[in-house]
Design a protein around this ligand. Structure first.
Ligand SMILES: [Zn+2]
Length: 200
């Protein structure tokens, strides 16, 4: 018999499955929650449920949104000839914060990584090809991290997406080596965008 009630053990196990929450943190959060006013706990649970119910993927770019197409895809003032390819939906926020990009986005949903079992067909590359056929895209800016997988994915994309009249470039200048967009400050990211290198 455990000294800890079964419902608390179940809560700890559920919390520990969340990204970035280790067993110790899970235990701390669980013990905090079971001693908190139930109205506050219910509000937290409702907020989680509501967010999950409202959020969907934009059918065009793959961003997280409450309404598809998302506000960026829907924005007529943005340059639809320019598409910035990012790994994850949150990377859109990093590029937006740099304040210099006025084009559209495309979320890949990961990077090619055979060791982790991520193949090109697991990413939203076919969706990007559909956009290339349906939209008048003149330049693809690849904004992936500067690690090995980022390099491999960028090279793969440059080859697979190559077609006449399409410029493919990659940001890189000044980005910390081996890292993702979330570690770059706004100035570095806007310089990296301006100093993108042609891959086509
Ligand atoms: Zn969108």
């Amino acid at each position: 018999m455990s000294a800890i009630p079964e419902s608390i053990i179940a809560l700890i196990a559920a919390l520990a499955r969340l990204p970035g929450v280790g067993p110790r943190s899970a235990e701390r959060i669980a013990l905090h929650l079971v001693q908190t006013d139930s109205a506050i706990v219910k509000q937290l649970a409702d907020t989680i449920l509501l967010a999950r119910e409202k959020i969907q993927f934009c059918t065009i770019c793959g961003a997280l949104t409450e309404k598809s197409p998302c506000p960026i895809c829907d924005d007529l003032r943005r340059d639809s000839a320019l598409v910035c390819v990012v790994e994850r939906a949150v990377d859109i926020l990093s590029v937006e914060k740099s304040g210099t990009f006025r084009g559209k986005f495309h979320v890949l949903g990961g990077k090619i990584s055979p060791l982790d079992g991520v193949e090109p067909e697991d990413l939203r590359i076919a969706e990007l090809e559909t956009r290339l056929s349906n939209e008048t895209i003149k330049e693809i800016i690849i904004a992936l991290g500067t690690d090995v997988e980022g390099d491999a994915t960028s090279n793969y994309l440059a080859k697979r997406l190559a077609r006449s009249g399409l410029k493919i470039s990659r940001i890189g200048f000044g980005l910390p080596a081996g890292s993702g967009l979330e570690f770059a400050d706004e100035l570095t990211l806007s310089r990296a965008l301006e100093g993108r290198r042609d891959m086509s």
